[in-house]
Write a protein that binds this ligand. Sequence first.
Ligand code: F0G
Length: 469
Amino acid sequence: MKDAAFQQCIHPDCAATYAVQDIKVACDKCGGLLDIRYDWNRLPVPKSLSFFEHRWNTKGTGTQGRLDFSGVWRFRELLPFYRTEDDVITIGEGRTSLQQADLLARQMGMKAASLLLQYEGLNPSGSFKDNGMTAAFTHARMVGAKKVACASTGNTSASLAMFASLAELRGVVFIGSGKISIGKLSQALDYGALTLQIQGDFDDCLRRVRQISQDPKNGLYLMNSVNPFRLEGQKSIMYRVLEALDWEPPDWVIVPGGNLGNCSAFGKAFAELKELGLVKKVPRLAIINASGANTLNELVTRRKLSWQGGRFDKTVVQKLYAAMDESNYVAQTIASAIEIGRPVNLPKALRALDSMNGVVREVSDEEILEHRAMVARWGFGCEPASAAGIAGLRRLLDEKVVSPSDRVVCILTGHELKDPNATVKYHTGIDLKAAQELAPRTPPHGKLSNQPVPVEDDLNAILAAMERT
Ligand code: F0G
């Protein structure tokens, strides 16, 4: 008999299933993305979402206490893929808050109590990624992984490095050389991950780390959001939003889009809650790209790509990617966290847009910077990528797609201090990043010094660098 939790290909014509203990980031049969699925009839599901409230005040010790304290595992009946509670790797992630931002609402021309900011930068590593990492590391422990890796625009690497250290696993992060903000780089080094600075961008890094992790002899467990367990943890952001609103879904959820894992997780969260009869209404979704990394907007808004029950027109995507190759397109935006040209979760994002009656927009770097400054002045700050959501809200208000009295939740994905250079440059015109590049270097001599390793974008060079350390 199949387990109550299993993995399944999202393509309706394939729908191949795999055991929850399998290590996979794509379907063996068709190469499609995988979902974690549950046979809810065989699992204890609460009758109402208010069931979860009693865990909010639990102190964070002991097996149950640790789980109750986490803003992810507090909702564990909604992500029941683990074997026993001892499998769970948690560091008290997800204790984040939803703030009613009336001052910012006024600046945006919205009614009081209409705009709510979900501060995911309050996670232990300073971004929403911790929600997903706790789940993926739990799976990594279940399957006995020894070495974990990711490609990253910065936040995934910081979160992976933190959880790898906690779980006593070897963490390897692939980052584009010069591509990530200083706050995020400093975290990966500080938490002890092997930090490979690849000569290339995020898309190059992801291609390499996928290639290396696909070969079982390299023994590398992939932690990017193609890992379906990551998205299970990220569903909890929606549970917390609902909890803060007394289980009344908002009208809109607005989120920046990069690799499109987060929006996909939100779509899955609501599809499941609806299926379980735990919510009556599903909010609308808005995914906001930066103009310098606008693949989703190009495909959905301009080229009218849509989910079509999972049989979406792949030639539309292939044509765009061929044109991008032709013109040597490289994604480029001040919002480095979402500087991604080929989002791997595209099919799941199309599914989320379909089930949440969603829209996509893109915003310029200037709009991102202005709205980031507004969040800092009239909220309490976020990194540039997170502010893309607020800039997107402004667009949607101007277009009258969102009304000033709609209840809107913007997900602020990363902490303001992740990217201090962007803030300082905005306020003073001083480019600290350029200054850092020119600064004289002295060899580090701390007992725990962990230098980044520069590597060319070449398979053998990367494998050699991983061997050396
Ligand atoms: N906001 C921030 C602050 C991010 O770090 C990311 C993604 C996103 C938004 C976009 O989320 O990929 O789920 O659509 N950062 C990844 C990283 C790619 O490597 O840290 P997404």
